[in-house]
Design a protein around this ligand. Sequence first.
Ligand code: AMP
Length: 174
Amino acid sequence: MTIAEIKQNIRDIKDFPIEGIIFKDLTTAFKNPDCMKFFEDNMYDLYKNKGITKIIGIESRGFIMAPILGNRLGVGFVPIRKKGKLPANVMEVSYEKEYGIDTIQIHKDALNENDIVLIHDDLLATGGTMKAACELVKKFNVKKIYLNFIVELDFLEGTKNFDKDINVSSLIHY
Ligand code: AMP
């Protein structure tokens, strides 16, 4: 598989979920086992020697690759979810999205200060979601944070939202 072939497996949906957004639909890539293998191997190679202790996935499309990589690395998975979904005590951050305002939460006992954390989401657009996720994770005083995306929309310059010392990696750029 090449990046060009992966791109052929990502479908553009015009005006979803609102007018003016071109939605990068990764379900067409996720249903192709060659794409899934490529995503998994790429992520594993990037993070196998980084001492990662927890993989965080952001609801809901971040929940697809994050646990797969967690299993491969032999580390646990932690969900960041939309408000009202997590059952125990939570911390939360609100933020503005490309289309609307949202609040995300994490369990208060999900991480500790010895953790080296990889936060994964399927796609980086404006970066609001991942910035909020970083704010949540920083509350735990973890040792280090890595950020990973399958797709990055370069023209939205989402990486500007992240601290300079945070390592960011995206497989596919538009
Ligand atoms: P943002 O906070 O703007 O970086 O938005 C990132 C989140 O919204 C990710 O969880 C994506 O799944 C979703 N998202 C935003 N824009 C798009 C888009 N154009 N295509 C697909 N997903 C998107």
